[in-house]
Design a protein around this ligand. Structure first.
Ligand code: PEP
Ligand code: MG
Length: 582
């Protein structure tokens, strides 16, 4: 039966394919497809993990103290039976063999299926046995962890029509998907600028988030269409609908091919104003993609992604240095703006967060995140600063600091940068002595108290994602309030316009690196406010360039003044319409 689900569009384009459901219980584990010739090795890896757990259970049983309650032994026996039960063990092996899931994915997928069966059982005692199965699965997953083999990518036989459907995906998990070939993403939760959405966008494939109930209503391998422009998911489409979307897909491909012609055109407005279109990246490998997309620099390297999926090991100074070096090399002489680690809120650091209580923090977005976190961990921060400084000897680098609000935070940060330089000097390590240090303007307080920043820093970059979140008090990752997330709210526009105007007056370079910078529907608006440096997902560069090439700044400026003067929605809509047509 065909039906349509509505969510929030976060990454444009149309995808047609088969649904691959990822169970919520499986979200903490890696998902990848094993290559055909590795299937038996993966089955053996699962078997070895089972044996390890068996050994663990046997040891526990023999070491039971004499006065242990009798049920303890019985529980261990039940767990051994579950471990070898065909419903768990054989079915998992079957999933590895038929779907080529890695062992962790197969096991958690099967757990999900069994959980549903147990939920429907009438008998309360039997229903509670679900917890035993979960415990056994936990043990096997732990045993598998020791033998984790990161995905290398897929061979030629990968099912190319995979569309991932999940309740939610953490940014760290989304990062894992970068190695895979999926056609689209659909999640029940999430907001337009949640980091999961941002990473999905960086994959350049259609995505819709906040599609409530998607993971409950869509079944494994259902044929689905994801319309990433509208945030629509059509399940089991009628032939005529499928035909229509196939046609739209080919139209879009044609548009993309046309856009490629703009790749080497200089980004200049009709009146000759030069505009810098830079890219946001999450991993060093993205730099080459950014360059290929026509970006003239990296305006934002979100380094926190280097710290994800690393278990208990943060990358050390050498590993970080290597990552920054690779980003510089990927950009072949174009500047790279490296933002220091911005963890917290929807980007927790798995191994560190326990100590700081992120998991239980009542308002993580307002908590110890970004620079606040770095200042609370000075040794970790100094390590990152030294790695960045050392990389600055190899190519043009700027340091960008996230989420500053207080003068004393800026001063402490600058002191630590001076200390990192001193340590490099002592070690005889070269670095750019004039390295520029800038701040993200992403808290309303920072925008309003701008002189504090202008007096202390070399450049600014407006993070509209957080600026909107904090100005409107809308959690950017929460789909329940996603409808209130409004980049065009007059308060937001005034903060951006004020920051651009004041920075320009003070002669301090300023960029926008939030998602607004990559949205072609607001390019004119930003140009008319005086923005000349945009940083966005590589996939957006050419669309934004197209808008830049069509704009005449003096004309656009006049209409933008009307937009800024409009506080009533109808008035603003009319002014925006005139701006779009001018
Ligand atoms: C922003 O807040 O706009 C930004 C670019 O940073 P992030 O999305 O990583 O928080
Ligand atoms: Mg931010």
């Amino acid at each position: 039966m065909s039906f349509t689900l509505h969510g929030i569009p976060v990454s444009r384009g149309i995808a047609i394919g088969r649904a691959y459901l990822i169970a919520p219980a499986a979200l903490d584990v890696d998902h990848y497809l094993v290559e055909t010739h590795q299937i038996e090795t993966e089955v053996q890896r699962f078997g070895a993990a089972q044996n390890a757990v068996q050994h663990e259970l046997d040891t526990l049983r023999t070491e039971l103290p004499a006065d242990a309650p009798g049920e303890m032994g019985a529980f261990l026996n039940v767990h051994t039976l579950i471990l070898r039960d065909a419903m768990l063990a054989e079915a998992t092996v079957e999933l590895i063999r038929t779907r080529r899931y890695n062992a962790e994915w197969a096991l958690t997928e099967q757990l999900q299926l069994l959980s549903r069966i147990f939920d429907d059982v009438e008998d309360a005692y039997l229903r509670e046995r679900k917890a035993d199965i979960e415990q056994v699965v936990e043990r096997v997953l732990k045993a598998l962890k020791g033998s984790f083999v990161p995905a290398e990518g897929l061979d030629g036989e990968a099912p190319e029509d995979m569309i991932v459907v999940a309740h939610d995906i953490a940014p760290a998990d989304m990062l894992q998907f970068k190695k895979q070939t999926f056609r689209a993403f659909v999640t029940d939760l999430g907001g337009r600028t949640s980091h999961t959405a941002i990473v999905a966008r960086s994959l350049g494939i259609p995505a819709a988030v906040g599609v409530q109930q998607a993971s409950a209503l869509i079944r494994q391998h259902d044929m689905i269409i994801v319309d990433g422009d509208q945030g629509i998911v059509i399940v089991d489409p009628a032939p005529i609908i499928l035909e229509e979307y196939t046609y739209r897909q080919s139209e879009k491909a044609l548009e993309q091919r046309k856009l490629q012609r703009l790749k080497f055109a200089p980004a200049q407005t009709v009146d000759g104003t030069e505009i810098h279109l830079c890219a946001n990246i999450e991993l060093p490998e993205d730099a080459a993609i950014a360059l290929a997309a026509g970006a003239v620099g990296v305006g934002l390297f979100r380094t926190e992604f280097l710290f994800m999926n690393k278990g208990n090991h943060s990358p050390d100074e050498e590993q970080q240095f290597d990552a920054y070096r690779r980003a510089i090399e990927g950009m072949r002489g174009h500047p790279v703006t490296i933002r220091t680690i911005d963890v917290g809120a929807d980007k927790p650091l798995d191994h560190r967060d326990e100590g700081h209580g992120y998991e239980v923090a009542p308002n993580p977005a307002l908590g110890l995140r970004a620079i606040r976190y770095s200042l609370s961990e000075p040794q970790m921060f100094l390590t990152q600063l030294r790695a960045i400084l050392r990389a600055s000897a190899l190519g043009p680098i700027r340091i960008l600091i996230p989420m500053l609000a207080h003068a004393r935070e800026i001063d402490q940060t600058l002191d630590l940068i001076a200390e990192a330089k001193r340590q490099c000097d002592l070690a005889g390590q070269a670095y750019d002595r004039n390295i520029k240090v800038g701040a993200m303007i992403e808290i309303p307080a920072a925008a309003i108290a701008l002189p504090m920043f202008l007096n202390r820093l070399d450049f600014l970059s407006i993070g509209t994602n957080d600026l909107i979140q904090y100005t409107l008090a809308i959690d950017r990752a929460d789909n329940a309030v996603a409808h209130l997330y409004d980049p065009l709210h007059p308060a937001v526009l005034h903060l951006i316009a004020f920051t651009l105007r004041e920075a320009k007056k003070a002669g301090v370079p300023v960029a926008v690196c939030g998602e607004m910078a990559g949205d072609p529907t607001v390019t004119r608006l930003l140009l008319g406010m005086g923005l000349t440096e945009f940083s966005m997902h590589p996939s957006q560069v050419l669309e934004v360039k197209q808008e830049v090439l069509r704009a005449h700044i003096p004309t656009v400026e006049r209409h933008v003044q009307d937009v800024l003067a409009a506080f009533e929605p109808a008035e603003q809509a009319a002014a925006l319409k005139r701006l779009a047509r001018c």
